[in-house]
Design a protein around this ligand. Structure first.
Ligand SMILES: C[S@@+](CC[C@H](N)C(=O)[O-])C[C@H]1O[C@@H](n2cnc3c(N)ncnc32)[C@H](O)[C@@H]1O
Length: 399
């Protein structure tokens, strides 16, 4: 086939909605945004053209509904691996500037770092990669090698067990790409504390790095406080509360493994574990029991899992958050604080404020916003893609 015809077949032609998305700088193109699909293999890098033939971007093709992840805007064809190296370097510089001193952080946060389909979490010198786009997955070894060129690493582990991989035709697998698979949880310094992190079996890539700096927001009120840490996972808030002199901490999570890890992390940091209590189970049930006991806390932390992965489930999410907020507020002593977070993409900051207001009205509590929580600098949201802004929260003071 002549070169010209091959090029014509290899391109994606955008319809009006697709062209508009590209103009706005959105990195995701869906099937409904194109009028002609390219003839190419999943994972190929392809040009995106408008109806009039003008070439406006380059992206990675995939067979799923989200069929193109844009890597670069403009007509110039990027070299995929050169682009990866440059963006990985830039992302690391950004972390060194905005997360100084951190040894564990998210090095690459997909779209926010211009690398849709890549999540890279660093724990000391171990990197955990999630490659959720075929265009990266099929070069997994090369991708790992590029990260190791940018920073000295002892191991790069592929942790591909997230949702939606099947739609991309990517197998679920957890394996070393470089170095050895650690036989047991590794030790990593996270926000000043030593933690055991199970990078192969723990939740996310082993830790919720996105909230690691949040517990420090309560530093000035932990001393002497009775703290309820709901959805504690392996204890970021619990560790900080104990270290800052909390009188007691009750950590609640449905994962026994997470609570066991929290207990080990307390020992690892030589903190006084006698002030900590662990309750394993469904937080909704446990909060009902605490209601019946009329237990009181000075600080209540609510960091639940996402309740509304999809827009259609917003009402259920609203009800879930409201119940937690009402029960949390009821457990507070006068003058106490509730820290409430949502990591649901589809649940906006204003929806969360609405829920908190409605809970305060039900409980007849006079609440004020002490401070607001948003995504940390190593989880950058992209202005052009509001969906990438997922983390929000508030600390509220209650009279
Ligand atoms: C967003 S993470 C919390 C992260 C944690 N605050 C930290 O500092 O790392 C949500 C946690 O909720 C737990 N979880 C999910 N559903 C739950 C439920 N119904 N009851 C109790 N815990 C639950 C998960 O095991 C997970 O540890």
């Amino acid at each position: 086939m002549p070169e010209n015809s091959r090029r014509l077949l290899r391109r994606a032609v955008l319809n009006e909605s697709g062209a508009e998305r590209v103009r706005r700088g959105h990195p995701w193109i869906f099937r409904g945004n194109i009028m002609q699909a390219p003839q190419c293999a999943p994972g190929d890098i392809i040009p995106l053209e408008e109806k009039n033939g003008s070439r406006v971007a380059w992206g990675l093709w995939s067979e799923s509904e989200l069929c193109i992840r844009i890597l670069s805007f403009g007509s110039h064809e990027p070299d995929q691996m050169t682009l990866l190296r440059r963006r990985a370097e830039r992302a690391l510089e950004h972390r060194r500037c905005w997360c100084p001193g951190d040894e564990s952080f998210r090095w690459v946060h997909g779209e926010g770092d211009g690398l849709p389909g890549i999540t890279a979490d660093l724990y000391g010198d171990t990197l955990v990669l999630q490659l959720s786009a075929m265009g990266w997955y099929r070069h997994a070894e090369e991708v790992a090698a590029i990260f190791r060129k940018v920073k000295k690493l002892s191991a790069v582990i592929l942790r591909n067990d997230t949702k939606h991989l099947e739609k991309e035709g990517i197998p679920r697998e957890i394996k070393p790409l470089l170095g050895e698979m650690p036989a047991s949880p590794i030790k990593a310094k996270i926000a000043g504390f030593d933690e055991y992190v199970d990078i192969s079996g723990g939740q996310k890539t082993g830790a919720y790095l996105d909230v690691r700096a949040v517990p420090a927001l309560l530093d000035s009120v932990f001393q002497g406080a009775a703290v309820l840490d709901c959805f504690s996972y392996q204890g970021h808030f619990t560790l900080r509360a104990l270290a800052r002199g909390a009188a007691s901490v009750t950590a609640v999570d449905q994962s026994k493994n997470a609570l066991d890890a929290a207990a080990r992390n307390i020992d690892l940091n030589s903190l006084d574990g006698s002030r900590a209590k662990f309750v394993c189970g469904n937080a909704f049930d446990i909060l009902r029991n605490l209601d019946a006991e009329r237990a009181r806390y000075d600080i209540v932390i609510m960091d639940p899992p996402p309740f509304s992965p999809a827009k259609g489930q917003l009402d259920a999410a609203r009800r879930g958050y409201k119940e937690l907020a009402v029960r949390g507020l009821r457990r507070l002593s006068s003058g106490g604080y509730m820290l409430f977070m949502s990591c649901s993409h589809a649940f906006s900051r204003d929806m969360l404020l609405d829920v908190l207001l409605s809970a305060a009205v039900d409980v007849k509590a006079n609440c004020r916003v002490v401070t607001e929580i948003s995504q940390p600098p190593d989880h950058p949201a992209l202005l052009a893609a509001p969906e990438t802004n997922y983390l929000k929260g508030f600390v509220i003071g209650v009279e």
